[in-house]
Design a protein around this ligand. Structure first.
Ligand code: ZN
Length: 216
């Protein structure tokens, strides 16, 4: 049953082609994907347009540790005291992201540090998410990258990051991508909120998978 807090859709804020999403958590918002290192001002003004303040963000998840999705994470942590909610399979990839920016310095990037205040979860993690007011689950969805995860809320919203659409996937990663989409659908996702572009109905993904498996 839905309670009064349930919104019709997550708040979407865009910065340089990247979608950041906001959903309700305990005493504040959960941000999915902070974006590039320099995205914070755009995130702030985008939130302001919807009547939200940057300081309302209490938690952050990144769908995967690529520069355009996780680059602004540490700045957000430092400025707003945001707690990172990370899946354990992402820890090594976050280290790799720090190493990437060491090789290609960006003055806006702050190295990501996972501290005692952050929450590192395994699989399953429903109870851990419930402790911060998120009703849903983070599922492992490799394919675009090894560390990719998808948050699926009880509203049926699935935040898939860069998981490639099953009809656009190159052959070499088709098996992993298809398996990840099946995992997402098995968790009763109804609407897909990708890292780039607009939302997609889960039924459309299901149809593509059906066509693929029947060789159409
Ligand atoms: Zn990516």
């Amino acid at each position: 049953m839905r309670d009064e807090r349930t919104a019709a859709a997550p708040v979407t804020v865009r910065c340089r082609g990247i979608n950041s999403y906001l959903v309700d958590g305990l005493d504040g918002k959960l941000l999915i994907d902070p974006g590039w290192p320099h995205c914070l001002p755009e995130l702030k003004s985008g939130m302001k347009e919807t009547g939200l303040r940057l300081s309302s963000i209490r938690y952050a998840i990144t769908t995967h540790a690529h520069p355009d999705h996780a680059g602004g994470l540490q700045t957000l942590k430092r400025l707003c005291g945001v707690r990172l909610i990370a899946h354990e399979r992402q820890i090594a990839a976050l280290d790799d992201l720090n190493a990437f920016f060491k090789r290609k310095p960006d003055p806006g990037f702050e190295p990501i540090v996972i501290g005692a205040e952050d929450l590192v979860v395994g699989t399953p993690n429903r109870a851990a998410l419930a402790s911060i007011g998120i009703r849903g689950e983070i599922v492992e969805t490799p394919g675009h990258s090894e560390d990719s995860v998808t948050l699926i809320t009880d509203e049926g919203w699935a935040f898939t990051g860069d998981l490639t659409r099953p009809d656009m996937v190159p052959d070499e990663s088709a098996a992993a991508v298809t398996a990840s989409w099946r995992t997402i659908l098995a968790h009763r996702a109804s609407r897909i909120y990708p890292g780039h572009g607009g939302p997609i109905e889960a039924a459309a993904i299901e149809e593509i998978l059906r066509a693929r498996s029947s060789g159409l």
